[in-house]
Design a protein around this ligand. Structure first.
Ligand code: CMP
Length: 365
């Protein structure tokens, strides 16, 4: 559904953009206008459907269906959806046909609509919110350098180039272009001192932008880590093996686990291969193939521990019988955990002992 809507938005943006190309043949421009019209109508229908189903959305629940719908209408998503259809509604109700230029407003509105569907947008907003004080500090630094540069450039260059540096506001254009290292080159200091200041402003610009990039990159990494932690925590809660472990130990384990999904029929472990990780099954079923014997393991079970404990190659093939979600603990984390959570590793060892005995018994019989 979402993919279809995104596709529709992209088609709409392309058709509106095509309509503004004067060199296009009239027939092609006519076709682009028709496609734009169809997309606008489909968005109008979509708006009505969304309005109708708004009471079904839990976060919009209100005393009456009408109020739930009103909540949706005034929500950011509702406002953007309304803006995306409004120009077409106004034009059609006024009996006019949307011309290419007036239709171009759709590009902006539909890009906005696309933004509400992009999964990363909410994350970007969150990162900006989390890092607001650091961003504000970098912005303050930017403003300090900007106004200092504009003022000094005004003193040094004001007499030589009155149009570009005659006032501080006029000098700000040069300061912004230099500080952001854009360098259009339309305004250039002519005095030696002015050029020295220009060079310093460029260096400051690089530093401030690098600082901002660093703040945002760290913010993103933090946010991704936080989200991954919550997701893995959720999966760990579904594995009974971890239910006995206390909250502090769990948080230690969660940070070391990665989730992976496998389709049915995939060989997760191959006999004889080196053991580099062990697996906890969150959902699904796997088969341990021990020669002619097989053992089925399902939700909550683990496998792949023997190679890590014995430091030997894998003792059997392990193949998924159904689609599986597993939590993976790699060998380095396994040994670190052995030092920090001995009880957990002891429980794994007990089960491994039982399995070894089971395998030996089967071999000798
Ligand atoms: P590993 O030897 O690393 O790789 C194969 C895995 O199959 C092994 O670890 C165990 O996790 C699992 N396995 C081996 N024997 C048994 C058994 N008898 N019952 C359940 N699982 C087993």
């Amino acid at each position: 559904m979402r993919a279809l809507e995104v596709l529709l938005i992209l088609i709409g943006i392309s058709s509106v953009s095509a309509g503004t190309v004067d060199q296009l043949a009239p027939a092609a421009r006519g076709a682009a206008a028709t496609i734009t019209g169809i997309v606008a109508v489909l968005f109008f229908v979509e708006y009505l459907v969304r309005l109708w189903v708004a009471p079904e959305i839990p976060r919009l629940h209100a005393a009456t269906e009408g109020r739930s719908r009103l909540r949706w209408v005034i929500s950011p998503e509702g406002v953007i959806d309304l803006l995306a259809v409004l120009p077409a509604v106004v034009a059609v109700s006024g009996g006019a046909r949307l011309g290419a230029e007036s239709a171009s407003v759709f590009v902006l509105l539909w890009v906005l609509k696309l933004a509400t569907h992009a999964p990363g947008v909410e994350m970007i907003a969150r990162v900006f919110h989390n890092e607001r004080s650091a961003i504000a500090a970098a912005a303050a630094l930017f403003a300090i350098v900007l106004f200092s540069a504009a003022t000094i450039a005004h003193w040094l260059e004001g007499e030589r180039q009155p149009e570009a540096f005659g006032s501080i506001p006029a000098s700000l254009w040069w300061a912004v272009v230099t500080l952001t290292t854009t360098g259009y080159g339309d305004v250039v200091p002519q005095s030696a001192l002015g050029r020295v200041i220009g060079g310093l402003v460029m260096l400051c610009g690089i530093s401030v932008l690098a600082l901002l990039a660093g703040i945002l990159a760290t913010g993103f990494a933090e946010e991704v880590r936080r989200r991954e932690f919550v997701r893995i925590w959720d999966l760990v809660a579904r594995v009974p093996f971890f239910s006995e472990v206390g909250a502090i130990a769990i948080s230690d384990i969660v940070g070391r686990l990665r989730s992976r999904s496998f389709a049915a029929g995939v060989t997760v472990i191959r006999k004889g291969a080196a053991g580099d990780s062990m697996f906890f099954i969150v959902t699904g079923k796997v088969e341990v193939r021990l020669g002619p014997r097989t053992k089925a393991l399902c939700d909550g079970d683990f496998f792949g521990e023997m190679a890590l404990l014995d430091r030997r190659p894998r003792s059997a093939d392990v193949v998924t019988l159904t689609p599986c979600t597993v939590l993976v603990l790699n060998v380095a984390d396994f040994y670190q955990l052995a030092g920090q959570q001995p009880a957990l590793i002891a429980a794994i060892e007990t089960e491994a002992k039982r399995r070894r005995a089971d395998d030996r018994g089967a071999d000798t019989s």
